[in-house]
Design a protein around this ligand. Structure first.
Ligand code: 2PG
Ligand code: MG
Length: 405
């Protein structure tokens, strides 16, 4: 089986960012994939698009380097893309091009072999629970919204993915009700990922989401845990955490105390990026002092080298995996393998600017993720959630993760 053709087109993400769509052909079978794009990007991520955009991608794109490769050989496809690009961060062809070709090759290869895409991964498969943001702020919403980027809900007591997705949607609806009760003039705005974008301060928002989750959990009789993605690098400026929307500045030491305090006070079980992406030390201290999921996104950027440093310092106990941060499925799979080998949990994640492609669900199951972070509502989020639910229904032999928190 060989890649017989590759073509590129320009496209857009759900936020309207320019992006790349790739079609890979394997004989008469083909697959088309469009790359997502983040807003709260880590310093060390692959570059989404070169500054010259699509035209400059086309100048560096050499399709001949991919023809004849086995589309299911993640490594050969990755090596060819890296050779074509020639830089360490895909700054010539763009991480978007690399992502789209890498994923489309595997999807086309799976189709040509009558396999499901998730089956082409080499790690132990697992059915993750969906985790999604019901209220948002930071770089995903306007200046009146909280400094904290994501207020997350995860129904770990659900018996199926469908039940979990339904519970998260119920929480999303409950959050709207509670926002409207506080602010009858709320115009119903949402941020980039479909989470409510309300004019509310961080702690009031935590309290509101906490009470919404508790109400739905009680009503449905399902355990639902709450989490936050602070995306703290986005407001770490000149050595302090600058919560500018509520006029508060915290030193690193104070930030640690603040995070420990809200974890305890609101029974949070999941904390992502509570510190700046360079502060491995603080990640490590928090992981020692609390018994919750401490997850690194911008700190690791799906990069195995940065992860190794994190593992040696126990800077967290889980990682976000975003294929477009590193550029290829091969590198993302190595990253997941390294994380799992060290006992770190893997959370496969969407991007704030995403597409209606459903493939994240297969990546999540394929790498044995414990959670799939993909929002709650919106076409580009629902496509992934329903694909995960379908994989769950069609493959009862793949067990749902058993939460350890
Ligand atoms: C994150 C992501 C996805 P972005 O920080 O975890 O929610 O946001 O894609 O903007 O980096
Ligand atoms: Mg994040």
């Amino acid at each position: 089986m060989q890649i017989s053709d590759v073509s590129l087109r320009r496209s857009f993400t759900s936020r309207g960012d320019a992006t790349i769509e790739a079609t890979v052909k394997v004989g008469s079978i083909e697959a088309t994939v469009t790359a997502p794009a983040g807003a709260s990007t880590g310093e060390y991520e692959a570059l989404h698009l070169p500054s010259g955009g699509y035209d400059s991608v086309l100048k560096s794109f050499k399709k001949g380097m991919l023809l004849g490769i086995d589309p299911l050989n993640f490594k050969d496809v990755s090596d060819a893309l890296k050779k074509m690009d020639g830089t360490s961060n895909f700054s010539q062809i763009g991480g978007s091009t690399s992502f789209a070709i890498s994923v489309a090759s595997a999807v086309a290869g799976a189709r040509a072999s009558n396999m499901q895409f998730f089956e082409t991964f080499h790690l132990k498969h697992q059915m993750p629970f969906p985790i999604g943001n019901v209220l948002g702020g930071g770089k995903h919403a306007g200046p009146g919204s909280p400094d904290i980027q994501e207020f997350l809900s995860c129904p770990v007591g659900a018996k199926s993915v469908f039940e979990a997705v339904s519970a998260n949607i119920a929480v999303h609806h409950e959050v709207l009700k509670q926002i409207e009760k506080r602010d009858p003039t709320f115009a119903g705005g949402k941020g980039d990922e479909g989470a409510w974008a309300a004019n509310i301060k961080d702690e009031d928002a935590i309290e509101l989401v906490r009470s919404s989750i508790d109400a739905v959990s009680k009503q449905l009789g399902i355990r639902i845990i709450m989490g936050l993605d602070l995306a703290a690098s986005t407001f770490y400026q000149n050595g302090v955490y600058n919560y500018s929307r509520k006029g508060k500045k915290l030193t690193s030491e104070e930030q640690l105390g603040y995070v420990e305090n809200i974890i305890k006070k609101y029974d949070l079980k999941y904390i992502e990026d509570p510190f700046d992406e360079e502060d491995f030390e603080m990640f490590s201290r928090l992981t020692k002092s609390v018994n919750v999921m401490v997850i690194g996104d911008d700190i690791f950027v799906t990069d195995t080298k940065r992860l190794r440093k994190g593992i040696s310092m126990r800077a967290g106990n889980g990682v976000i995996l975003k294929v477009n941060q590193v550029g290829t499925l091969y590198d993302a799979e190595l990253f997941a393998e390294e994380a799992e080998g060290a006992g770190f949990m893997v959370i496969a994640s969407h991007r704030s600017g995403d597409t209606c492609d459903p493939y994240l669900a297969h990546i999540a199951v394929g790498v044995g993720a414990v959670l799939m972070k993909s929002g709650v509502v919106g076409g580009e989020r629902i496509s992934k959630l329903m694909e995960l639910s379908k994989i769950n229904d069609d493959n009862p032999q793949i067990a749902l993760w058993r939460p350890i928190i």
